[in-house]
Design a protein around this ligand. Sequence first.
Ligand code: AMP
Ligand code: MG
Length: 398
Amino acid sequence: MPLDEVMDAILGSARPSGSEEVELVEAAGRVLAADIMSDTDMPPFDKSAMDGFACRSTDLGRPLRIVETVAAGGMPEKEIGEGECARIMTGAPVPRGADKVVMVEDTEEEGGIVRVTRRSADDNICLLGEDIRAGERVLEKGTLIRPPEIAVLAAAGRTSVPVTEAPVLGIAVTGDELTEPGQSAVAGMIRNSNGPQLMAQAAGAGLPSEYLGIVPDEPGAVSRLIERASGRIDVFIFSGGVSMGDYDFVPGGLEESGFEVLVHGAAIKPGRPLLFGFREGDWAFGLPGNPVSVFVLFEIIVKPFCFRLMGHEYRPLEVTARLENDFVRKAAARTAHIPVRLTPDGRAMLLDYHGSAHIHAYTRADGILRIPARIEKLKKGDEVRVIVPGPPRLASGS
Ligand code: AMP
Ligand code: MG
């Protein structure tokens, strides 16, 4: 199945989650479940943008008498008349009569009289309601809540926020060869990299997760684990055991547990045996066991899927870069992903990379170069697309 059809099948199976109300500061990383309206104008009054003197713009050529001082949080008591000014602080309400704040750096003051020494065109006043009007929508349902959205919610007077429920990820790794990092590695054993990697990826995406441990390569083990955890988990993620080997029990396990398999096999590299299925209220991914496959597939497929469940259209950031090296491959049937290093001037450098077991290559990479199916060769200087894994961001196109 080509990558775009895989994405359509997986994203298309998502059902919107319910919603809950959380405390404002707990809302970071979540997705708004409703439009948010402002209860006030922003700014709520004509506000000085500078420390200086509020006066009439027609009076700049003459000495100005200081009639009062207005601090942030205070209210002016006097109206500014001809030849008058008020000393004013950043964030303080501008007195009536004044249409300009001259910044203190552009003045000289002596004995309660101010002279303007330098004229600027800027009025240094943030006008009432110039950012947002009371009753206006400040944030749209489906918005990912990041620190600036938290700031806007606070300014709109929200102490709690309606957000969609976040799916709980259940992370399990399969393989009789696996030992946990804390155990001593016996001959023939491989340390479990994928469990900790997936937990870190879930945490990086702000998604709650539970580690479900190592599943042995034997019939029945996968379905037993699913039944044990199913009340608590929304999205199961298995690593390993999804290919066609004699000991690959994940596809059968999902079917035993009543999952309908929508994807098994994808024209992507790494990740050909990718498995995805769903049953009422639960979803399951089977990712091939090599750590690079797990890393890449989580970033490009699992994360967009989890955000779709929450009602937010997330795609990883994709940038255009100039390739710094020549690239050739023999088989080009699949969309390939390889590690690259990005330079500040927009070049992508290939790294030493031995294939999907070589996760160490990604410790030097900051991007995933995507090579579309049927492209066999790339030359130095060619324009390429690079996926930059990272924290959740705005939906593409917005
Ligand atoms: P599999 O997809 O089960 O055939 O595994 C493919 C390769 O990935 C094998 O070499 C496994 O030993 C390796 N592998 C599987 N699971 C893990 C894991 N959790 N951590 C590190 N390597 C793994
Ligand atoms: Mg295996």
